[in-house]
Design a protein around this ligand. Sequence first.
Ligand SMILES: [Zn+2]
Length: 282
Amino acid sequence: MNHFYKPSGRFGPLAIPLSLIAGALVAVILAYLYSYAVYYIPFVYLNFFLTLGLGLLVGGATGIGGMLGKSRSGLLGALGGVVTGVFAVYFSWVVYVHIVFEGDVWVFEPAPLFDAVLRIAEEGVWQIRSIRPTGIALYIVWTIEALIIVGGAGFLGAGMAMQPFCEACGRWVDDEKKIRPLSALRNPGALKRQLEAGDMSQLRELTAGQADQIHSVVQFKACPDCSQFRLISVQAVSVKKDNKGKIETSSKDVAQDYVLSNAEYTRLMNDLEEAARSSPAG
Ligand SMILES: [Zn+2]
């Protein structure tokens, strides 16, 4: 009976319109701000994060629209993110052309917009040190930029549709509790395989951990309407101290959305809560 959650692939009638409307709305607002920001901020490194941020926020809005429409289709989520991501790229060009040509020009149609972009590419718009890229070099940069936005949006759109959903109640599952810090997993790489085989011994042997050392986190999720659909996710957290003594943590999902029976879920939660309360070993 134990297994990992798999989205059903179904979606409600409003999933497509809601995700496209939400994504397009956020795309218009953020692409406008984005074009001004990348034009006036001369730091390529910072621009990369703005580009990625635009893609993820547009994908996030598309994903929220999809979740409101109860979409459990990763494919639909990815497609929605790609469509609104392309829309964001297109609209950012409309705004960019408006800025570069310093007038009241708003070019919305594809053919004249493309001509304007070709003219920008001939002359170049920005420079790093004394190099002012034009032509091919700019096209490569713009292609990478567009791929980051569209890819980021598609990735997040898909990810949100694949969150656990209780098919019996027709609603998304809530996060119930996170238990941490627990001791480090003995063999994190094997956990997924073990759980697939119904073997929970690695989780049962966890004791209290320490937040400033390598540890693990177990997250409990449940449908709030029925008491029939319950899942856990497990993260392995590694901790690094830099030379100033500042702690940096990075966490990795080692098992995601493992479906448990009520009895197993409650028992594991009680055991781990008790373990986390006891004083750390060592
Ligand atoms: Zn339910």
